[in-house]
Unconditional design. Structure first.
Length: 279
């Protein structure tokens, strides 16, 4: 190679390196497990943003560890984006940094819960006295349904959606109510859906509205710390609207999930406040 070509190649390399160095660093903190839904969507988001930022993907998991990681990054004035469930709001003040407020909130995912049973169950869900596995505050949903339809249920409390689903699969209870349908969709060979906590039908499963109860969805909130919230939000919107992006494809693959990223700020925030979260 001639000296001229060597110098040209060196100049190109320096230019590429300078461009890479010029990009801002964005820390994406996964508060969920490595194989969970948070990891799936945040990995897809990382791919979409990688041309604009130097992405530092941080696996944290859990309220306290994630809060500690984010706090350290914020104290160093780093750009940080993360995602956490609204159901945890207000329960642990040590985790307040990952709760949404008007300064850090970006947008939210909404997830449809589901009422389901084992395929061997022949009774209607609205049969008086059936056993129903619940989690969290879903006893309130069961009570609302019972009141609206003049029936009573025998409620059995479980730790989480996984435990409820296993309870139904093992025929410990006849029906289950969970605030996420993820595990249901993975077990449709053995389970059947009766109602979804959504405003419309999903895969032939009717909305809970058809039995006189308004759906109660759960939210996962995207939060951001840094100086460029509106710029980053605009960039994520563009990625979401690109049907060929990994991020858009991830959402397409989720049943009963939507987000409000395309809504205006007032609408996005008002949806969070409807959950009764601290302002």
């Amino acid at each position: 190679m001639s000296l001229k070509n060597i110098l040209l190649a060196s100049a190109v390399s320096i230019a590429v390196a300078s461009t890479a160095l010029a990009k801002e660093t964005l820390y994406i903190v996964n508060t969920g497990s490595k194989g969970g839904s948070y990891n799936g969507q945040l990995t897809a988001l990382s791919a979409g943003l990688s041309s604009k930022y130097n992405i530092e993907y941080v696996q944290a998991k859990g309220c306290k560890k994630s809060s500690s990681v984010i706090k350290k990054l914020v104290d160093k004035s780093m750009n940080v984006i993360s995602l956490y469930a609204s159901s945890a709001m207000g329960k642990n003040l040590d985790c307040e940094i990952i709760f949404p407020n008007k300064n850090n909130f970006m947008f939210a995912n909404t997830k449809a819960g589901i009422i389901f049973s084992h395929k061997d169950v022949t009774e209607s869900f609205l049969t008086a006295g059936v056993t129903v596995g619940i989690m969290g505050t879903l006893d309130k949903v069961a009570d609302s349904i019972a009141k609206a339809n003049g029936v009573s249920f025998k409620l059995v409390r479980y730790k989480n959606a996984k435990a409820v689903t296993l309870g139904v699969l093992n025929k410990e209870v006849q029906f289950g109510i969970t605030n996420s349908a993820k595990r249901f969709w993975k077990n449709t060979k053995k389970l059947k859906g009766h109602y979804v906590q959504f405003n419309s039908t999903i895969d032939g499963i009717p909305s809970i509205k058809t039995i006189g109860v308004d759906p109660i969805s759960t939210y996962d909130n995207y939060i951001y710390y840094g100086a460029n919230r509106e710029k980053l939000l605009s960039e994520i919107r563009d990625i979401f609207k690109d049907s060929n992006s990994d991020y858009a494809k991830w959402y397409d693959g989720q049943k009963g999930m939507a987000n409000n990223i395309l809504s205006d700020e007032e609408t996005r925030w008002s949806q969070v406040l409807k959950l009764g979260l601290p302002q």
